[in-house]
Each structure stands twice: as C-alpha cells, then as structure tokens.
Design a protein around this ligand. Structure first.
Ligand SMILES: NC(=O)c1ccc[n+]([C@@H]2O[C@H](COP(=O)([O-])OP(=O)(O)OC[C@H]3O[C@@H](n4cnc5c(N)ncnc54)[C@H](OP(=O)(O)O)[C@@H]3O)[C@@H](O)[C@H]2O)c1
Length: 335
C-alpha cells in the first residue's frame, strides 16, 4: 500500500464531520479530528460514525497531534486570526497543506501570513447540508446536532445517500513550486474522489468565493437583521428587492476592484435563484438564534475592508456590517 496520509480536521461541526466521514473511506488516511464543545458527545457517539471501526484519533486540541499532510479548517470563520497559531503543532512548513472549507472571502490571508511556504487549498461549498431531506429509513451519521443522510449497507460500512458539492482550488503561493502545489491538490482531490463526494477543481476559485459571498452578504445579513426568511423579506415592501440588488452590486464592485471579474448579471441570476426557492433563513440567522458568534468578518468585514482600501463607497454593506457587529458583540458578551 502507498504511504499513509495524515489528515487533521479542525472544527467538527456539520462540515467537519461530513468530510471526516468522506476521508475515512480511504485506507491511506490516518485521521485526527479536533472537537471542542462536542468532544464528550463525539466520544459517546463514535460508534454511529462507523460501528466497527474507530474512525479517527479524537483530540481536544492540535497540541495533542503530530504534524500533518493536510489540515482541514472546517471551523466557523470566527476569530480567524487566532487559528493559525493554534494549528502550529500540526504544521510542518515543508509538508502540510492547509485546506479551508469555510464561507467568506479573505479566509486564507492569516494562514498565508503565518505559513508562507505552505500550500493553501481553498474550497467553496455549493449547497447547504441542512436543506437536504433526511430519510427516516436510513441510518444517520450523528455528531452533536448535525445529521447527514447515510445508509448502512452492511455492518461497519456506511454510505452517504447524498453528498456535498465542493469547488476546490489553490491559493497562489510564489514561494511554492507549482508542480508540488498541483501534486498536493491532486492528491487531496483523489481522497475526495475515493470518498465518493462531488467536487470540481477550479482555476478561478477566488471568483467562486466572491460569487458566493455576494449571495451570503445579502441573505445572511438580511435574514439575521430582520429575523425573517428570504421570501418574507422580499415581500416585505417594494423597496426590499432594490435594496438587496444595491447591496449585491456593491459587493460585485468591490470584487472587481480586487481583480475578480464578476458580471452585473450575477445579481439577476442570484435573484432568480432565491425567488425560485422557498423562504430560507441562513447560517448566520441560526447562529444568532443560538446565541453564537457570527461569521461577519469573512462575509461582510473583508469586503468592506477592501472597499475602504480601494476608495469605494459601500453604504449598504457598511450599514449592515456595523449593525451586525453590534448584535455579535451582544451575543459574545452573553457567552
Ligand atoms: N453546514 C453547511 O451546510 C454549510 C454550507 C456552506 C458553507 N458552510 C460553512 O462551513 C463552515 C463550517 O460550518 P458548519 O456548518 O460545519 O458549522 P457548525 O456546524 O456550527 O460547526 C462549526 C465548528 O467550528 C468550531 N468553531 C467555531 N468557531 C471556532 C473557532 N473560532 N475556532 C475553532 N473552532 C471553532 C465549532 O466548535 P464549537 O462547537 O466548540 O464551537 C464547531 O465544531 C462555515 O464557514 C460555514 O459558513 C457550511
């Protein structure tokens, strides 16, 4: 058998547990998972992951881990600037690739700063897991409050009935040989393929990130500030849709200033998509309901910072960001 591949998943929530499950399908992967608040629950529920196989080395902190080939950051993009230092015990400057599976833009910057030689693989999740239908007849993978549809085909073998769709690509690194970067990206892609999850390798991954942030800046902030779903918001007044479009246009303008070529037609595309959907909330709205800090920096703060750097006025984005920060501060104070 080829050499083992050491993978650590940092942040064992919905996404972290799903990709732990996917990667665990490869015999080559030696998996370590870092669980925080759900550590005890995961200890008790580990058998639900795969009844006959202890799937991973479960730790409370990267301090307990050795250095890795891949570190997958599936934590919420909250206080991101603190994360690179926390990961240090698991990072080998010559070997470790850091994989970021998070919403937002600019998520890579703090890792690039602290680990200039390491490859960063940056990913965009196209669909939300919690909108999937769960079939009562199937088995489920349970890690804390998160459910993913899966089917047990024979004892010890659990197959997912639905999968995520991940877009992956590399974050530019002038200090790293392109051949090595491509080799590591392809090796990671092979693990996803072996895990039977849907993914695409994208050369324009930053464009994909910004396209998604146009969506998230609008729907996360509007549903969280109003605490209504998207349809209720859109029907709340004749001004709601033009308001949303102006906000999206600001983010698109900022993306272009950052060299990411988004077209104006993205607004029509995203408006058509949301109108065709039933009213939905957002992960940020759920975080507010649950009294948890929200991903404001990655979704609104970074675009706003870039607007200021480029001298672009973004009054809609700025207003929403400032209001959300006030809510976030209250949530954090209550923790
Ligand atoms: N779920 C989806 O379908 C979906 C879809 C698209 C994109 N995403 C994105 O994927 C990422 C992960 O989302 P999720 O749904 O998996 O979230 P989740 O279920 O809430 O899990 C988040 C995990 O991150 C940990 N965490 C939170 N803040 C952290 C921090 N500052 N440092 C270290 N760990 C931290 C949490 O630990 P504690 O429990 O200890 O707080 C938890 O294990 C987010 O960026 C999200 O926006 C998710």
């Amino acid at each position: 058998m080829s050499h083992p591949i050491d993978v650590m998943i940092y942040g064992l929530g919905a996404i972290g547990s799903f990709y732990a499950f996917i990667l665990n399908r490869s015999e080559r992967v030696r998996l370590t998972v870092v669980a925080r608040s759900n550590y005890d629950a995961v200890c008790q529920n580990v058998r639900l992951f795969s009844p006959l196989r202890l799937f991973a080395n479960l730790v409370k902190s990267p301090d307990e881990a050795s250095t890795m080939d891949y570190i997958i950051c599936a934590n919420k993009a909250i206080d991101q600037h603190r994360v690179p230092a926390v990961l240090k015990p698991a990072v080998d400057p010559d070997r470790t690739s850091i994989v970021i599976i998070q919403n937002g833009v600019g998520n890579e910057e703090v890792f690039r700063e602290q680990y200039p030689r390491n490859l960063i693989i940056t990913c965009v999740l196209k669909d939300r897991m919690d909108r999937w239908q769960v079939d009562e007849k199937t088995d489920y993978l349970l890690i804390c409050q998160t459910w993913v549809g899966a089917t047990q085909t024979r004892p010890g073998v659990v197959n997912h009935t639905k999968s995520e769709n991940l877009q992956i690509g590399t974050f530019p690194n002038p200090h790293l040989d392109q051949t090595i970067a491509t080799k590591r990206l392809n090796e990671f892609a092979a693990l996803l393929e072996h895990g039977k999850t849907r993914f695409q390798i994208c050369d324009d991954i930053q464009q994909k990130r910004w396209e998604k942030v146009v969506w998230n800046a609008a729907w996360n902030s509007l549903t969280t500030l109003t605490m209504v779903d998207t349809q209720t918001w859109l029907h709340s007044s004749p001004d709601a849709e033009p308001f949303t479009r102006k906000l999206m246009f600001e983010v698109i303008t900022i993306a272009r200033a950052c060299g990411v070529p988004l077209g104006d037609d993205l607004i029509d595309q995203q408006m058509a998509k949301i109108k065709a959907m039933p009213g939905i909330g957002s992960s940020m709205q759920v975080d507010r309901k649950n009294g948890r800090p929200m991903e404001i920096d990655a979704i609104l703060g970074f675009p706003l910072q870039k607007a200021k750097e480029h001298g672009i006025l973004a009054p809609y984005l700025e207003s929403l960001c400032v209001l959300l920060r006030a809510i976030d501060q209250k949530l954090r104070a209550a923790l």
